[in-house]
Design a protein around this ligand. Structure first.
Ligand code: NI
Length: 178
């Protein structure tokens, strides 16, 4: 495995629509493993292939569901993180309910913004071996999925944010990047 370099704005690849994946070969498996390693090292909660200069419809996501919710018991053990590999993902259903949340992006260092997202979505995708999967996610996980799928269409959170700003030190620590 190897770390990949993360593309930052204004790299044009971040604005291109990624191409569907048709070959589930060894090169793809290497790319997926490299992206997982790069995401963890950043650290980030998600990473899309265009962010590592590969124009393919692929994203990796790793996040502990409900991590954002207030824990009643602060000593409770942390929730386990869930890892998703999404190939050719497609949003097939969205909740009417939308929620505001503060997002940042590994490709846009030094800026965060408040973005409205669907609270819950259903996604159709292929897994890393090319098998079809259907996923239902909500809360922050749904936000990360929408952020990553946007990346595959050349859309960045700054396009959707009502306003963006430079994070304070505290906001910097609190905002997961993807
Ligand atoms: Ni991002």
């Amino acid at each position: 495995m190897a770390l990949r370099q993360i593309a930052h704005l204004p790299e044009p690849i971040l604005r291109k629509k990624a191409k569907p994946i048709t070959k589930f070969d060894k090169d793809l498996q290497t790319l997926i493993d490299d992206m997982i390693e790069t995401m963890r090292e950043a650290p980030g909660v998600g990473l899309a292939a265009p962010q590592v200069n590969i124009p393919l419809q692929l994203a990796v996501i790793e996040y502990a569901e409900n991590e954002d919710e207030e824990e009643e018991n602060e000593d409770a053990p942390p929730k386990p993180k869930k890892l998703y590999v999404l190939v050719n993902p497609e949003i097939i259903k969205v909740s009417e309910e939308k929620v505001l949340g503060v997002e940042g992006c590994l490709s846009i260092p030094g800026l965060i913004g408040e973005v409205q997202r669907h609270e819950a979505i259903q996604v159709k995708a292929l897994n890393r071996h090319g098998q079809p999967v259907k996923l239902k996610v909500n809360g922050w996980m749904a936000r990360i999925f929408q952020h990553e799928i946007d990346h595959l269409n050349g859309v960045l959170f700054t396009d959707r944010a009502a306003q963006v700003w430079k994070p304070s030190e505290e906001e910097n620590e609190e905002t997961p990047l993807d």
